[in-house]
Design a binder for this molecule. Structure first.
Ligand SMILES: Cc1cc2nc3c(=O)[nH]c(=O)nc-3n(C[C@H](O)[C@H](O)[C@H](O)COP(=O)(O)OP(=O)(O)OC[C@H]3O[C@@H](n4cnc5c(N)ncnc54)[C@H](O)[C@@H]3O)c2cc1C
Length: 314
């Protein structure tokens, strides 16, 4: 709503009315509901290309925004605040913001070091067809074969599966055929989802990549270029939006911006790593004490966590 794009997105957005997080073989469950949190929805699932197109069109529609296509970013000179693009064109400006993704060329040109973890994990995306309509519930299930996040889609009998797995798990299930995979899913969600078919859409390499600095002189790294995190808590894009919102407030004082943005990011990293602690079941699972899945029992913590994941906590 703040960005002025909701009107264009609402028609394609599928509301998530409840979220159910659980772990195979353990009793702990965390349940969140829009009703309990007194919000119309905990979140929305929107097609990524529609989101990108809508944001782009909105931004390009501003009279004072000049859009220039870039084939390459070739050099950045911090002494003169000049960036060289398309080999020969130079742009001089008071503030340069780079949001060029995980493999950020700008970050490399500025020689900003990164902390990188788990470079060989992957996420597979599948579309699931159900024999009954979904109930706008999103599921996240931690199993010995990876993390299964199932999201409701606009078409009532379709859901999207994001199957996150380590290299070790990917190797283990390499021999599973479609039938075996479907059976595994059906068993995992038995009694909750009537899954009829699954169809693989795409696959992404996953990593955690955190830039050690997000500002340098008059330069700012933003979004995945500054922080690429695992999708288990569905917070990557949200973090980028938070960067934008804070930058809008503190762009005249970049060290203060970095301080503010890092404080918020650390809270999200903590939630993501706690969830990732469930990843290598049963190795870690047994050793874990009171964790996220016990959150259902502690209402104030649960409410705070729900607000943070909805992007509504400071
Ligand atoms: C499987 C999966 C599921 C996810 N689910 C969620 C979720 O549910 N919720 C959530 O909040 N986040 C989620 N995320 C994370 C989210 O997708 C990212 O955080 C988000 O896309 C980051 O946006 P970005 O604009 O910073 O980077 P990107 O989306 O990577 O965009 C960077 C852009 O920069 C362009 N670019 C790069 N180099 C150059 C160059 N030299 N010149 C010009 N352009 C350049 C690229 O073409 C690209 O368009 C998920 C991620 C994955 C992999």
């Amino acid at each position: 709503t703040t960005l002025g794009v909701w009107d264009a997105l609402e028609a394609v957005a599928c509301p998530i009315l409840s979220v159910h997080v659980s772990e195979a073989g353990r009793l702990g469950v965390a349940r969140f509901s829009a009703h309990e949190q007194k919000v119309p929805a905990l979140g929305y699932v929107v097609p990524y290309h529609t989101l990108q197109k809508t944001l782009y069109e909105k931004m390009a529609s501003h009279k004072n925004v000049f859009v220039k296509s870039i084939q390459s970013v070739d050099a950045i000179d911090l002494n003169t605040n000049t960036i060289t693009i398309n080999q020969t064109q130079k742009i001089q400006t008071d503030l340069i913001i780079a949001a060029d993704g995980t493999q950020s060329t700008c970050r490399r040109l500025l020689a900003i070091p990164v902390i990188e973890k788990n470079p060989k994990d992957i996420a597979e995306i599948h579309t699931l067809t159900l024999s009954e309509p979904h109930t706008h519930t999103a599921y996240e299930r931690f199993t010995e074969y990876g993390v299964l996040a199932v999201l409701p889609l606009l078409e009532k009998n379709k859901m999207q599966l994001v199957w996150t797995m380590t290299e070790r798990i990917a190797e283990k299930i390499k021999t599973w055929d479609e039938e075996h995979r479907l059976q595994f899913l059906q068993q995992t969600f038995e009694g909750r989802l009537a899954i009829q078919t699954m169809k693989k859409i795409s696959e992404f390499p996953l990593k955690t990549l955190i830039a050690k600095q997000q500002t340098l002189s008059s330069f700012v790294l933003l979004g995945n270029a500054a922080h690429t995190i695992y999708p288990v808590a569905a917070q990557g894009f949200n973090l980028g939006l938070r960067d934008v919102s804070l930058l809008q407030q503190y762009f005249l004082d970049l060290p203060l911006y970095e301080k503010k943005v890092s404080t918020h990011q650390k809270k999200i990293y903590n939630i993501t790593s706690e969830l990732l602690g469930l990843f290598e079941l049963p190795l870690v699972g047994c050793a874990r004490g009171a964790g996220l899945l016990n959150v259902d029992l502690i209402k104030p913590i649960k409410n705070k966590l729900a607000k943070r994941l909805m992007g509504m906590a400071p």
